[in-house]
Design a protein around this ligand. Structure first.
Ligand SMILES: [Zn+2]
Length: 331
């Protein structure tokens, strides 16, 4: 299958389908609802039911626009312009999916953002054999090795308890969709009193409807912060310090593996957990697919493609594909 790579996204010309386009197109697959993957008003949008629900919350549309949302759930198949599409869990965040396209006797898999180890929330990834793989490499360098979800839960709850025992207020910085809810789940699951910022809290009902269980939590209230762990978006940090509360910040991120992360996040505690695959996971994933050709499209594309070639895999970083993401983009 011929693929066209550009800053607009990936276009599968034979079946007139875009994969995570950056602008509005005719028909688009959205791998998940993070804004760097679902930021458009394409005419037809295909994704899991959860991804489409989250997408609609983030990008409301008017009915008269006639946009069509087509649900493709994990394990389901759909005929599409002479191809067969199949939806496969991708770990990462709730609703995230890989897409298998079977067309003309060829099997193409697009991972979107993917995590191979079990995530704190959501379905575990399945590795699917294919001929041609399009994979992300946000953390495609050997330095990026991450905690398991059990280790991450322990670290998150442990830091919160330690701060609370010392009369301080533990603060966890999380992105509005994905990491934020995972941290809330880890804290409330450990029985820790937790206040959640509205930007994160608004997605919790979607998680609950999908069967993710949270313990008790309460809305973030600036006048009443003591005795609780706080889960807030990164932009809240300064505001919190101005409240006069003894705030101690933890940063839960894949970027916590690099030396300047503490400085950038202003955090005393770094917890190296990510909803993306770390380096070892990416290698396992790519080798597990037995793909004869691998395109690396996001993150450390050139370096990771080189590492794959050294391991005997035909891999490249297609010219025109989006390169290394900034921390904010790599949700
Ligand atoms: Zn993402």
């Amino acid at each position: 299958m011929e693929l066209q790579y550009s800053r607009e996204g990936i276009y599968v010309a034979a079946i007139d389908l875009w994969l995570d386009p950056q602008n509005s197109q005719g028909a688009a697959w959205i791998s998940h609802a993070h804004s760097d993957h679902a930021r458009h008003y394409s005419r037809t949008v295909i994704g899991t039911g959860i991804s489409l629900e989250l997408y609609r919350m983030r990008w409301p549309a008017k009915e008269e626009w006639g946009q069509e949302l087509r649900v493709l759930e994990y394990g389901e198949e759909m005929e599409w312009r002479g191809a067969r599409l199949r939806c496969i869990p991708a770990g990462h965040i709730l609703g995230a999916a890989q897409l298998l396209i079977e067309y003309g006797g060829e099997r193409l898999v697009y991972t979107g953002d993917i995590k191979k180890k079990a995530p704190l929330c959501g379905r575990e990834t399945e590795v699917v054999e294919c001929d041609h793989l399009i994979v992300e490499s946000t953390f495609g360098l050997p330095v990026y090795r991450f905690l398991t979800r059990e280790q991450a839960r322990e670290e998150i709850a442990g830091f919160a308890r330690e701060c609370l025992e010392e009369g301080a207020t533990p603060v966890f910085l999380g992105y509005p969709l994905g990491r934020g809810q995972e941290i809330v789940g880890a804290l409330t699951g450990a029985g820790i009193r937790t206040a959640v910022h509205g930007a994160i809290a608004k997605y919790i009902p979607v998680y609950e409807r999908a069967g993710v269980e949270f313990g008790d939590w309460e809305p973030y209230e600036a006048r009443d912060l003591k005795g609780k762990a706080l889960v807030v978006v990164p932009g809240m940090r300064r505001q919190l310090e101005a409240t006069g509360v003894d705030v101690r910040v933890a940063y839960v991120s894949g970027w916590a593996r690099v030396a300047n992360a503490r400085l950038r996040a202003g955090a005393e505690k770094l917890i190296a957990y990510s909803d993306h695959a770390g380096y070892d996971e990416l290698l396992e994933l790519v080798e597990g697919t037995k793909a004869r050709r691998v395109d690396v499209v996001h993150g450390y594309t050139e370096v990771f493609a080189g590492i794959l070639r050294e391991r005997g895999i035909e891999a490249e970083a297609p010219a025109g594909a989006r390169g290394r993401a900034s921390e904010e983009e790599a949700e």
